[in-house]
Write a protein that binds this ligand. Sequence first.
Ligand SMILES: Nc1ncnc2c1ncn2[C@@H]1O[C@H](COP(=O)(O)OP(=O)(O)OP(=O)(O)O)[C@@H](O)[C@H]1O
Ligand SMILES: [Mg+2]
Length: 289
Amino acid sequence: MKGWLIVNSFVKWDKFSEIYELLLNAAKKCSVLLEMKTSTDIFSSVCGGFEEYDLPDFAIFWDKDILLARRLENKGLRLFNPSESIELCDDKGQTAIVLSENGIRTPVTFLSPKAYPQFGCTDFAFLRKAEKSLGYPMVIKENRGSFGKQVYLAASPEEAEALISSFKEHPFIMQEYIKSSAGRDVRINVVGDRVVASMYRYNDNDFRSNITNGGSMKKYEATKEQEEIAVRACRALGLDFGGVDVLFGDDGPIICEVNSNPHFKTTMECTGVNMAEHIIGYIIDRCRS
Ligand SMILES: Nc1ncnc2c1ncn2[C@@H]1O[C@H](COP(=O)(O)OP(=O)(O)OP(=O)(O)O)[C@@H](O)[C@H]1O
Ligand SMILES: [Mg+2]
């Protein structure tokens, strides 16, 4: 069986290459010929056509280059994860829509009205409506962000307005602050319909529990309810595998966000579970069935 591991051409962080290495090694162990290709290696032109490649049986798409993913799918290449799921997860607004439409509990979330570069948000009438329901502190997140870097807690209307103004035309969400989960959550890694690893993340000095942001981690046995909601979230988003952040609500688990390309190395260090092996096993099963 032959596959490509498609990665971004420009990202040079060890954090990413470590994941590529784990996936390549896991494939080798199962005699799957997995070859790494950057987005430049398979650079595509729409009008001039696609350079003719000998397409493999599948590709693991470890990037967020949706247009490239879509071109490859249209050519008949089977992607894990599919482009649509990667796109939904890469935008917290779209994720919130899909989860709520599937009856999966998330914090109450408002989507920002569309803003244009020449104007930005010219008034805050929408914020007045959101704050009536959410109050303060209010969680504000840029729709695209990682490692907790674009996630904020606004303590007052003035802070919220300053933050929103700094985003200019970039979309964001305004979200209920789940106080019972302050500085803690559970990262649950799912492959297919199964939870393969869970870890508890906590930070005593910040409401965000991300490890990259100074959080710590502990081995954790997820509850049945937490596992179920994580698997349902992945299924609703059409993911083959994903990393789900689950908050501790007062009366049960709440989905915080879902990652289509989870950085499972930290979970592996914490739990000993190598998600790459599960991903490769799952792909072999799917390609054979
Ligand atoms: N509504 C909320 N209420 C309480 N805490 C929250 C809320 N939203 C986010 N958090 C905290 O902030 C952290 C970062 O949020 P989120 O996962 O949405 O951002 P991210 O930057 O996309 O993270 P990742 O690196 O996992 O992609 C969460 O792990 C959680 O600890
Ligand atoms: Mg997160």
